[in-house]
Design a protein around this ligand. Structure first.
Ligand SMILES: *Cc1c(COP(=O)(O)O)cnc(C)c1O
Length: 463
């Protein structure tokens, strides 16, 4: 099984990035629960036949959809070791907890946070952003919010750019504050939050009797990779007494690349940072992370004192506070191990180089798109994401949506689609360490060839 998987990763380039799922593969997963077991080899055979060839393809160098990490064999082996240990990292006195704490300290240093900062592995930045919002809610409303909920007539309001990820609005929803109370601040020409508009909105909300409490800047917006002007956001938060959070889901790890680090100036002023090791960090899914400057307040937001979780000075129930005191999860896997192995084996510099190279490839693609009369850039390239479209007559959005699906189904490359200022864009996010210039060339050739072959003047219905 191990050999098959290592061969798979080694020869990934020979496979299609993705292929439409054959009916028999889908049908294989409609049978009921097996009462009796089968040979491991037979079950593995089913994996090789139906699961492995029908994955989404994000280990492939031609995968450019959304912002998916590529993973590494090192991360895969570490995941196997973690599963063998079967550690429950909710708490108690064992070394897996110290591994997680070590990474918390590494991240605190990377982002210029004090040694008293706290951190936690979580599923992903959706959860990390929500934890940050809950700590900010605790600060705004006090301890009472945990037992009594939101007091009547106190409406908390949060702010993020119109380009912020949808999970910020979702966090407002899940925190009981309401997604309509997230103000989506317009963006400037660089797709960064308009800081003047932000301060105007804060003032207006305060005058209306509402309580501004939280600003989420984004370091690497999901659509175009823009980084908000973090020092300016920090100053606005400081002046207004607001929590300054940075959603650095994929972009914050640019701090590992010396050439990119200046783009993140101001992140050291944040109250909290969310980031994902499973994107640019190349750690296998899932490995999200939250860092909070005020570790004591983070603890106060989540800690409880249930008797079956009692702490002791010695024995296995020592070593408090535990990770379960910093978030909603009690039982948790050993996500820190694959992250620890990745940093230990490759080193921070090499991960930073990979991150920088994906940005250089994005510049290369930007230049090639700009040089092609059939193509049109739709956003400036800030980091590793390039948004463009094929110039077509008729319904150009439908044309490009169809073209994205054509390219995906070709198996040559896998971009995704998004909408940039009302225009449907072919969105190419370069994240994978395996991607090289030849993969960018193959993508562009496929876009040009399949674009030229597509009928124009089509309507949305026929796309
Ligand atoms: C990916 C992403 C998220 C969501 O993170 P998950 O790990 O998918 O939960 C949030 N914000 C930004 C900017 C992202 O790129």
């Amino acid at each position: 099984m191990l050999d098959d998987m290592i061969d798979y990763l080694q020869d990934i380039r020979q496979r299609p990035v993705w292929q439409p799922i054959p009916d028999d593969a889908r049908a294989a997963f409609r049978s009921g629960m097996p009462a009796q077991g089968s040979e491991l080899a037979a079950v593995h055979q089913q994996f090789m036949q139906h699961i492995l060839p029908n994955a989404i393809g994000n280990t492939h160098p031609g995968f450019f959809g959304w912002v998916h990490g590529g993973g590494t064999p090192v991360g895969m082996l570490a995941e196997m070791l973690a599963a063998g240990l079967n550690a429950n990292c909710g708490g108690r006195d064992h070394i897996p907890i110290e591994v997680e704490r070590q990474i918390v300290r590494w991240m605190a240093e990377l982002f210029g946070f004090p040694a008293t900062a706290s951190g936690l592995f979580v599923t992903g930045s959706s959860m990390a952003n929500m934890i940050a919002l809950l700590v900010a809610r605790f600060r705004a409303l006090g301890r009472e919010v945990r037992s009594h909920g939101i007091p009547p007539k106190r409406q908390l309001v949060a702010y993020a750019s119109a380009g912020a990820h949808g999970c910020i609005a979702q966090a407002m929803d899940l925190a009981g504050l309401g997604s309509a109370n997230l103000r989506k601040i317009p963006m400037n020409a660089q797709f960064q939050m308009d800081v003047v508009a932000l301060e105007t909105a804060i003032t207006a909300d305060r005058q209306a009797g509402l309580q501004p409490f939280f600003v989420a800047g984004t370091a690497g917006t999901v659509d175009v990779g823009a980084i908000d002007e973090l020092p300016l956001l920090a100053a606005v938060c400081e002046r207004n007494g607001l929590w300054f959070h940075v959603d650095g889901a994929y972009g914050a790890l640019a701090a590992l690349a010396p050439a990119l680090r200046p783009l993140l100036d101001g992140i050291e002023l944040a109250d909290s940072v969310a980031c994902d090791f499973h994107k640019w960090g190349q750690v296998p899914y899932d490995a999200g992370f939250i860092l909070v400057r005020d570790g004591a307040m983070h603890l106060d937001t989540f800690a409880s004192r249930d008797t079956y979780l009692r702490r002791d000075a010695r024995g296995m129930a020592a070593n408090s506070p535990w990770p379960c005191d910093f978030g909603p999860d009690l039982s948790r896997g050993f996500r820190a191990l694959k992250t620890w192995f990745t940093f230990q084996v490759f080193g921070a510099e090499r991960i930073g180089q990979v991150i920088n190279e994906t940005c250089l490839l994005a510049r290369y693609l930007e230049e090639r798109v700009a040089a092609q009369p059939e193509l049109e850039l739709l956003a400036p390239v800030a980091l590793n994401i390039v948004c463009f479209r094929y110039r077509a007559a008729g319904d150009v959005d439908a044309f490009n949506a169809g073209l994205v699906a054509d390219v995906q189904e070709s198996g040559i490359a896998a971009p995704s689609a998004t909408t940039i200022r009302g225009k449907l864009a072919i969105r190419v996010a370069i994240v994978n360490h395996r991607t090289g210039q030849q993969d960018i060339d193959a993508l562009l050739d496929a876009v040009l060839k399949l674009g030229a072959a597509r009928p124009q003047f089509i309507t949305t219905e026929s796309a």
